[in-house]
Design a protein. Structure first.
Length: 423
């Protein structure tokens, strides 16, 4: 087998300082009403083989980060990520068993990580020690998403990589179904334990995409096997549902088929790394969103020229765009009140606006750095101002008024330059 073919089969995990999912928020005053837990391997971790992430100067932006944003389009949300590079399905089952036992573990308790970069072992140790925290998060979870299985097939891939092309073809024909059956048996154990730990959560598992590019001599054979695996996982999900385990399959394979060159790093530095690029991670997030939300994958509306960010309030973008003044984001308070169904009254003499919702009253005065929340004075960094909008006066307040005074969840996602406000 050629060197290129050997590399095409390698599902390598490069040296990386793993940064778990980074949540950038302006505030999180209100408790999240929808909780997501992410489990699995390097794809769930959002890993990319690029220097910025290796050096720790850039946080990953994977499918899980995008799913958090999708959830924020709909309700107040929080996400925790327990993914581990190189994790197998038995390794995940061991992690969940540790969570069920309330027992902190080590990386070696999950699986053999001796062939991995030492930094991966450190990261695996860090997750393994958090089994009690994992159990608590799963007990409150509304949704669990995971990618797992790529590493389960690695020994089969290695056998094929060490053989000639025809031998590789025969190995795949003879061994794939056996490996697939072992994988689904391991999934059964893992999913059963996961449901016990997260009894109120929907579980969404991704199928496997093809680790080759279209046009490769083995592409048709492996594409067929990937389809067989996807069908087997659909049957597995049906069986889980019959047993009362709400599990669905996100069909990632269909989105990657024919797009492997655009969606993965298989030809980066001639290393054939099959981790997703950004378009690949977005495709994975879309596949998950299709299974989780009836209206699918959402994006902020196109912004007008000069508008630097978007604001989404309870799932809708208000008619008045946010205004940036000297680094401070201002929102039209009337847009906030309309979106959340609050009462807003304007006092022309006092040049003040009174916002009332759920027994809370906030009084904002134009030009003043003081707002009154239920009669108690609070300082804000920059004062409010007003604009005449037809017959209406719109009071523009700094974002801090909404986040600090109204106790709404306010999350800023720099990745899409969007502020999510959920009441």
């Amino acid at each position: 087998m050629s060197l290129s073919l050997r590399r095409a089969f390698m599902m390598t995990i490069s040296a990386v300082v793993l940064l778990t999912t980074a949540l950038s928020s302006a505030s999180a005053a209100a408790p999240a009403s929808y909780r997501i837990v992410v489990l699995g391997d390097s794809v769930s971790a959002g890993y990319e083989p690029i220097e910025e992430i290796k050096n720790g100067t850039t946080a990953p932006y994977g499918y899980a980060d995008r799913l958090l944003e999708q959830s924020l389009f709909r309700t107040s949300s929080a996400l925790t990520n327990y993914a581990i590079l190189g994790l197998t399905t038995p390794g995940l089952a061991n992690l969940l068993q540790g969570a069920a036992n309330g027992q902190p573990l080590q990386a070696s308790d999950l699986q053999d990580f001796s062939s991995f970069d030492p930094r991966v072992v450190v990261m695996a140790d860090g997750v393994a020690k958090r089994t009690r925290e994992l159990a608590a998060d799963l007990a409150q979870a509304d949704l669990v998403v995971l990618t797992i299985g790529g590493n389960d097939f690695s020994s089969l891939i290695k056998m094929a990589a060490d053989s000639s092309t025809e031998s590789a073809r025969q190995i795949i024909q003879d061994s794939f179904e056996i490996r697939m059956n072992d994988y689904t048996k391991d999934l059964d154990k893992m999913a059963t334990r996961l449901h016990e730990l997260a009894p109120n959560a929907r579980i969404v598992l991704a199928d496997q995409y093809l680790p080759l590019f279209k046009g490769h001599e083995l592409y048709p054979l492996l594409l067929d096997k990937v389809k067989v695996l996807s069908q087997a996982l659909d049957l597995f999900a049906e069986e889980m549902t019959k047993r009362g385990i709400p599990l669905k399959i996100a069909h990632v394979s269909g989105k990657f088929a024919g797009n492997e060159s655009a969606y993965t790093y298989f030809n980066l530095w001639d290393k054939w790394d099959i981790h997703p690029k950004q378009p690949g991670y977005e495709a994975i997030a879309q596949a998950f969103a299709d299974k989780i939300w009836s209206d699918g994958y959402r994006k902020p509306d196109p912004r007008a020229e000069g508008v630097e960010l978007s604001v989404v309030i309870n799932g809708k973008e208000p008619p008045s765009k946010p205004v940036l003044i000297k680094g401070t984001t201002f929102l039209a308070l009337r847009d906030v009140s309309n979106a959340v169904g609050a009462e807003l009254k304007w006092n022309q003499a006092a040049k003040s606006a009174t916002f009332k919702k759920n027994g809370k009253e906030v009084v904002v005065t134009i030009g003043s750095n003081t707002v009154y929340v239920d009669g108690v004075a609070r300082q804000i960094p920059t004062p409010a101002y007003f604009e005449q909008d037809g017959k209406n006066v719109k009071t523009y307040v700094p974002l801090a008024v909404v986040s600090d005074s109204l106790d709404y969840q306010v999350v800023f996602r720099k990745s899409i330059m969007t502020v999510f406000i959920n009441s």
